[in-house]
Unconditional design. Structure first.
Ligand code: FE2
Length: 577
């Protein structure tokens, strides 16, 4: 353990979700002695200084916890709050959630760059009882440590879980690490309270809670502070004293400066929330958080009937493609049946699909998801039958793809590729279909194999349940997505329509240098000709020439081996064939 680093799986899980479940860190004997000690302790906040303190001091610097905290918080981390049983504090248990990253609190926030990461606050939760589904206790919201959008009030207050609140299933002896910026709460226990012994750690410089030790009572200010104005005094506060945090809040009208009675943070922005944007704020939050969105009940019964009738009618046009499970054990099966060309079906069968491509529900959302100017290439219905393989999960924020990724800036979603699936039939829980990794559109780590194959999902993959008439939007290229093997005896019917932004080209259109420039490109060398082409994304088939410099000379490569440019150069000056 000394020299090893966290695996890519563990890095990915914490980076995507904002928490990491480490099973079986404590032996059952260790759990039993901790429980016995807790039975004998009246006040769980005195654990480090009271009876049996050695047991709790051992956990404070438990080798496994230290190893993770060094990598997740950073070296020099420190304990911020005394360990105690989660939910034991007055008002801690209830429906309210805390955390989330908008507005950002830098003293608790999650930072990640160039392979380095620091979650400024992390709770190390030692699980001392088995906790099953529905037992209550700790709840978390996946990916919320990176949310760009303020938590909707209904979600924060527990009025509407929005399908996002997860109560992890845990076993006695497990360690559960949670970023402080992750939206979280403690729900009432169903029966007996279970024991989650929690240690709050912070980055070495992060100011979080105030201490209550004997030398933290009186703030030490410079001698002239007696003569200072309240405003002057306010900027000289010293961290680490009983009342230092939250600090005094200074404000000004440009003439006067004063100390606010209220300590709420003042942090002006040149942008304000737009009350007439027409955006449903829960949808916006959900989209930014997860990388997908389900809009309910867009199609009525009549429209659904017409679309289904058209698919029934052209069953003979279904093409069964290849098996797409990508070596998965759990998702293996038969090839994927597709019925393409829905917009070109004979009249009147095309009509239910032509209605989809510029429908108000779609236009409204595409406009805020990525800005206007998008276009589509056609509509295909996915017709998986029982036994059809899954489609191995693909894409994600790492490696980055400017033509397909997600970016958020100044209150706007910039999604370059949005794919929409119109559900013509119900999508039941656990029976296969579209699946994705919520939050993967922001990850800095590559997708682990277990996620691709869904053979080891680490609890990160969701398969949204939908009704006929619902419309699914997802960040194609940004959010890691695919399909789980279809297990429903009723075949799948999802009409897939892709939209690409105005900013890049998948292919097609005017690309050929001759078409684009005319005679100007006559007799150019292969290398010169290569840079005269029009925009094209160059997906799987790798038809876009690349220029390579080797020994000071420029070569053209069509090397399909990634971007390694290892072979098949054309000689400098060689004319194209
Ligand atoms: Fe895809």
């Amino acid at each position: 353990m000394d020299n090893e680093l966290m695996s890519n799986e563990e890095n990915y899980a914490f980076d995507v979700a904002g928490y990491l479940h480490v099973p079986g860190v404590l032996t059952q004997e260790e759990v039993a002695s901790l429980n016995k000690a807790l039975d004998a302790v009246a006040d769980s906040e005195m654990l480090l200084g009271g009876l049996h303190r050695e047991l709790f001091r051992d956990l404070l610097v438990h080798p496994k916890a230290v190893w993770y905290l060094n990598q997740i918080v950073g070296h020099g981390f420190r304990l911020d709050q005394a360990p105690r049983l989660l939910g034991n504090r007055e008002g801690e248990t209830g429906m309210t959630l805390t955390g989330g990253d908008e507005p950002r609190n830098p003293s608790e926030a999650y930072f990640q760059q160039n392979g380095r990461r620091s979650s400024q606050g992390v709770e190390a939760i030692w699980v001392l009882d088995d906790i099953a589904e529905g037992d209550g206790g700790l709840v978390v919201v996946q990916a919320s440590h990176k949310s760009n959008v303020e938590t909707p009030r209904d979600l924060a207050t527990g009025v509407d879980d929005m399908g996002l609140v997860i109560q992890p299933e845990l076993k006695a002896g497990d360690l559960f690490l949670v970023a402080s910026a992750t939206l979280q709460g403690v729900r009432p226990w169903k029966d007996e309270p279970k024991r989650l012994l929690t240690y709050w750690y912070a980055g070495r410089a992060a100011i979080q809670s105030n201490p209550d030790g004997p030398n933290a009572e009186t703030e030490a200010l410079p001698r002239w502070a007696d003569e200072a104005t309240p405003a002057q005094k306010a900027v000289m506060y010293v961290p680490g004293f009983k009342n230092s945090s939250p600090p005094p809040v200074l404000n000004t009208d440009g003439e006067e400066t004063w100390v606010e009675a209220d300590t709420s943070v003042i942090h002006p922005s040149i942008y304000t929330r737009d009350p007439i944007s027409g955006i449903d704020e829960k949808e916006f939050y959900f989209w930014d958080l997860n990388g997908y969105l389900v809009v309910r009940g867009v199609m009525d019964a009549e429209w659904l009937a017409a679309a289904n009738e058209a698919v029934d009618k052209f069953q003979d046009r279904i093409v069964v493609g290849s098996e797409l499970a990508g070596g998965s054990v759990s998702q293996a099966g038969t090839g994927r049946p597709l019925l393409p060309g829905l917009l070109d079906l004979p009249d009147p069968y095309n009509e239910p699909f032509r209605r989809m491509i510029a429908h108000p529900s779609v236009v409204h959302r595409l406009n805020w998801m990525g800005g206007s100017g998008y276009r589509t290439g056609g509509a295909t219905v996915f017709c998986a039958v029982q036994g059809t393989s899954g489609h191995s999960l693909h894409d994600g924020n790492e490696p980055m793809s400017p033509s397909r990724g997600y970016y958020f800036k100044n209150g706007r979603s910039y999604c370059e590729t949005v794919t929409i699936t119109w559900q013509l039939r119900d999508v039941e829980p656990g029976l296969g279909g579209f699946a994705c990794v919520p939050g993967s559109h922001k990850t800095q780590y590559s997708t682990p194999r277990g996620i691709r194959t869904c053979d080891d999902t680490m609890g990160l993959v969701v398969q949204p349940v939908m009704k006929a008439g619902d419309v699914l939007f997802f960040m194609d290229g940004g959010c890691t997505h695919g399909a789980l093997a279809w297990k429903n005896p009723i075949p799948r019917r999802g009409v897939l329509i892709k939209y690409q932004s105005k900013n890049s080209n998948w292919g097609g259109g005017v690309i050929d240098p001759q078409d684009r420039w005319g005679d100007m490109v006559e007799d150019m060398t292969e290398a010169q000709f290569a840079v005269m082409r029009g925009p094209e994304r160059d997906g799987r088939h790798r038809t876009v020439p690349r220029l390579v410099v080797h020994d000071g000379q420029v070569f053209v490569s069509y090397d399909a081996e990634g971007d390694s440019y290892s072979s098949k150069y054309r000689k400098p000056g060689e004319k194209r064939k």
